[in-house]
Design a binder for this molecule. Structure first.
Ligand SMILES: NC(=O)c1ccc[n+]([C@@H]2O[C@H](COP(=O)([O-])OP(=O)(O)OC[C@H]3O[C@@H](n4cnc5c(N)ncnc54)[C@H](OP(=O)(O)O)[C@@H]3O)[C@@H](O)[C@H]2O)c1
Length: 277
């Protein structure tokens, strides 16, 4: 689907991958709506896009995606400005890695509320209109951790796995309606979220998640939008994530063996007081 003159609504559009996606679709001529909580960050994101693209049509709406009523108000404001949403990208997300026993249940609840229900509420709100109009595209940002349960990500992996289930069911239900679904599994990406994660991440997690390499948000956005233009259901940026997607199940015992080895090495370094790589 080309983006020119399309209304593209991006949750989490004020930062990281969401902001990079916003920049690129705005450059392709889309009318863009950014949704996130912090108005200051939203204003800064809009200003950053307009600095490079003075004529771009960008509106912002503040909402906590974990609260359905706020999602509906934000969607209404965006559609009042730009018309019906043609492309929905759900990038709003949070991550709080840690050892299972150390992370309170409230963090598990909040992570699921934002990462899963924050996506679901938007999908529920836009799908009926897209189906009536016979066109639209839903783009769900999952994670490499939605393909494989990495050490230290017990609060985060379940919601990202859940997005895969949701996307697969929706793809089947929406086939032949003109509404397409894309699910994206980004690897480690250099964003404020990853920076915050790195401050609290157990060294074992750092060792295993870094095997996918570090991507820039702009590159993840570029690969994502290329997949969307081509009507792809699955987007797996980079070889390690692509291999995990296609071969992860088949080679699970080997993948587990390899990561367990990496974790043992990270633990040995931790015990020896060496910095994690
Ligand atoms: N960075 C990575 O390594 C990586 C890898 C794989 C997948 N991902 C996924 O990619 C997506 C984007 O991550 P990122 O790294 O770009 O993160 P980021 O730079 O921290 O951006 C997160 C965005 O989500 C918004 N957000 C967070 N909680 C929200 C809530 N309750 N309601 C509305 N908006 C909310 C933030 O704005 P406010 O805080 O102002 O609300 C911000 O705009 C996430 O779903 C993440 O899980 C990231």
């Amino acid at each position: 689907m080309p983006f020119k003159d399309q209304h593209v609504l991006i949750t989490g559009g004020s930062s990281g991958i969401g902001l990079a996606l916003a920049r690129q679709v705005a450059a392709a001529g889309a009318r863009v709506s950014l949704v996130a909580r912090d108005r200051t960050k939203l204003d800064a994101a809009r200003a950053a896009i307009l600095t490079n693209l003075p004529g771009a049509a960008v509106v912002t709406a503040s909402a906590d995606v974990a609260v359905e009523t706020e999602v509906l108000s934000a969607l209404q404001a965006a559609e009042d400005a730009h018309g019906p949403v043609n492309v929905l990208i759900t990038s709003a997300g949070v991550a709080h890695p840690g050892y299972f026993e150390d992370v309170p249940v409230s963090v598990f609840e909040h992570t699921m509320a934002v990462n899963y229900f924050g996506t679901l509420y938007f999908l529920k709100a836009v799908v009926p209109g897209m189906r009536r109009r016979g066109r639209g595209r839903l783009v769900l940002i999952s994670s490499g951790i939605g393909l494989y349960g990495f050490f230290g990500y017990t609060p985060y992996a379940p919601g990202k796995f859940a997005l895969r289930g949701l996307a697969e069911c929706l793809r089947a239900e929406l086939k032949d309606t003109g509404v397409g679904v894309t699910i994206v599994y980004p690897p480690d990406t250099d964003t404020p979220q990853l920076e915050a994660e790195n401050r609290i991440k157990p060294p074992e997690s750092k060792a295993v998640t870094s095997t996918g390499g570090l991507w820039s948000a702009e590159d993840v956005a570029r690969v994502t939008l290329r997949g969307v233009r081509r009507g792809r259901f699955v987007v797996t940026p980079g070889l390690p994530i692509t291999a995990l997607f296609w071969l992860g199940g088949l080679f699970a015992p080997f993948v587990n063996w390899s990561f367990d080895r990496t974790i043992r090495q990270a633990r040995a370094k931790k015990r020896a007081g060496q910095p994690s790589s």
